[in-house]
Design a protein around this ligand. Sequence first.
Ligand SMILES: CC(C)(COP(=O)(O)OP(=O)(O)OC[C@H]1O[C@@H](n2cnc3c(N)ncnc32)[C@H](O)[C@@H]1OP(=O)(O)O)[C@@H](O)C(=O)NCCC(=O)NCCS
Length: 171
Amino acid sequence: MIDGSPSSAGLEAQIRTIAPFDLASLAEVHAACFAEAWDSGALAGLLAMPGAQGLVAEGPGTSVVLGFVLLRAIAGEAEILTIAVKPGARRGGIGRRLLNAATASAAASGASRLFLEVAVDNGPAHALYLAAGFAEVARRANYYPGRGGAITALVLAKDIASRSMVPLAQT
Ligand SMILES: CC(C)(COP(=O)(O)OP(=O)(O)OC[C@H]1O[C@@H](n2cnc3c(N)ncnc32)[C@H](O)[C@@H]1OP(=O)(O)O)[C@@H](O)C(=O)NCCC(=O)NCCS
């Protein structure tokens, strides 16, 4: 299936926490999605950072990795480090489900605000984030190298509910 065509895998895909045995598959998906690929070691290093979390989408009915998201939640704020869906599995809702799951995970970790960066010319990702309620809060000029010149990054943010923030009276 070509990128941009609807996929039916999204609703049936299983989303679970990333395990060490996923690293090689995650690296393959990342290489298929980004010009600057992160290898297994780089991904393991990110997941070893304090507050780092990862979720993978697989299946349906198989253990084939279709996409994943890495995030970091620390000191009441969270950041999406990367999100990627295999080209053949896009437009089926997996990106939205991964983003929603990452948002819930960040909130459960005590974050009240979720940030991410997206290249100004990344239309699909920008559309995904806007549809999920993110709004632009800043721009970083000349942030991404490549494609004939440096590309501006948009910094997007969204307020998220934090289930772990229980009123003191209830603790
Ligand atoms: C961005 C990305 C993760 C989206 O994954 P996806 O599984 O295709 O997204 P979904 O099917 O869940 O789409 C959810 C919504 O995002 C928007 N969207 C996603 N892809 C789009 C596209 N090609 N064109 C326009 N809107 C798009 C739509 O609003 C869509 O809702 P709809 O299908 O009801 O119209 C995927 O395109 C990807 O991996 N891109 C390469 C890596 C990347 O750029 N990551 C983001 C870095 S900041």
